[in-house]
Write a protein that binds this ligand. Structure first.
Ligand code: KG4
Ligand code: ZN
Length: 334
């Protein structure tokens, strides 16, 4: 069983021989009206959700508690209060059932979700590159073995998910705004407005300038036309999304050029974005890349990715001691 509680989703999943039997995710609606995740409310909601979510995962998998062979949980990175709920629950369950406890790095899990066995699913060969894009991270990682990872480049300020969410907030959309920008962008013209791209190292990212650029652009236009957002929402969203995805693709192209590796995966919440998915498929055709795009349910936070990572560690007898602690800050390489 995998348990995920690093941010605002409470999730439990059961995996058997690399195949997912159940993957239950309880989203926390409570944060939408605050424009972002409120840590105290998140940990309280995890406490309320964790028992029913775990029970449902067991029930849907068609097993009983006694069939479980190990408990994997997210050790970090994430919000400390949220992590503590999953960590202490996993410890108690493993102790109670007298089975191994396995600690999982959430960022590694986003990447290792590609090793979930799916019908007609492709599993990336080593070494491969992964663009890890979420609300907290933006990295290009080289994966040489399951647990041998190297960060080739990363954001020097905001994560790409933040760029989506903060842009959405400027447009008056609720949190998390990424999926809404994606939705409105489908109806818009991506070339309607242009935003300047950041100038940073070949493999690094920066999104804070883009966010400020978008803010000034909107303020300027609202002065002339108070209905500017309403009248142009689709075009604005399409243009923002297009700029962000162009930045991501430019960096991926650089990474492929630098490493000579053409096996390219995406992972994390933002890999649900329809344009990045489309562009990656085009890259298969035009540049001969082999690309690996996760199923939607394994893009945003979920416990199936924790369970598969736990399973891979289980095969190595790589267990945690009951003294293991949650860690709010944890690199993908740790
Ligand atoms: O991986 P995740 O669930 O949580 C973190 O570990 O951060 O990622 C959440 C992020 C949010 O910023 C959300 O807006 C973004 O993923 N996201 C999207 C889409 N779906 C989720 N961004 C753009 N387009 C989407 N379709
Ligand atoms: Zn995540």
């Amino acid at each position: 069983m995998g348990i995920e509680s690093s941010c605002d989703d409470t999730s439990a999943a059961i995996i058997h021989n690399g195949k997912v039997l159940s993957n239950i995710v309880a989203n926390q609606e409570v944060h939408a009206k605050y424009g972002g995740v409120v840590p105290e409310l998140a940990s309280r909601a995890h406490q309320q959700n964790i028992v029913p979510v775990v029970q449902q995962a067991i029930h849907q998998a068609g097993i009983t508690k006694k069939d479980l062979t190990a408990i994997a949980f997210t050790k970090g990175p994430g919000l400390m209060g949220s992590l503590l709920v999953g960590t202490s629950f996993a410890k108690s369950l493993a102790l109670g059932l007298n089975i191994p406890l396995i600690d999982v790095n959430h960022m590694q899990a986003h990447i290792l979700a590609h090793f979930i066995k799916e019908e007609n699913g492709k599993i990336p060969p080593f070494p491969f590159l992964c663009l890890t894009i979420s609300g907290g991270h933006t990295q290009i990682v080289k994966i040489s073995k399951h647990f041998e990872m190297e960060i080739l480049g990363e954001t020097i300020d905001d994560a790409v998910g933040e760029a989506f969410d903060k842009s959405a907030k400027i447009l008056g959309l609720p949190y998390p705004g990424g999926p809404l920008i994606d939705k409105y962008a489908l109806q818009g013209n991506p070339k309607a407005f242009s935003f300047s791209k950041p100038k940073v190292g070949d493999l690094d990212f920066s999104f804070s300038g883009l966010k400020t650029g978008i803010l000034y652009f909107i303020q300027r236009n609202l002065k002339e036309n108070p209905n500017f957002i309403k009248e142009n929402l689709e075009d604005i969203c399409a243009s923002i999304q297009h700029t962000i995805v162009e930045i991501l693709m430019d960096k991926l192209k650089n990474a492929v050029k630098h490493t000579g590796i053409k096996e390219v995966a995406i992972a994390g919440g933002v890999s649900a974005n329809s344009e990045i998915r489309k562009r990656l498929l085009l890259a298969e055709k035009h540049w001969n890349w082999n690309t690996y795009i996760p199923k939607f349910e394994y893009t945003t936070d979920n416990a199936a990715m924790i369970a598969i990572t736990g399973y891979l560690k289980y095969l190595d007898n790589n267990y945690a001691d009951v003294s293991v602690k949650a860690e709010a800050r944890l690199k993908v390489t740790e």
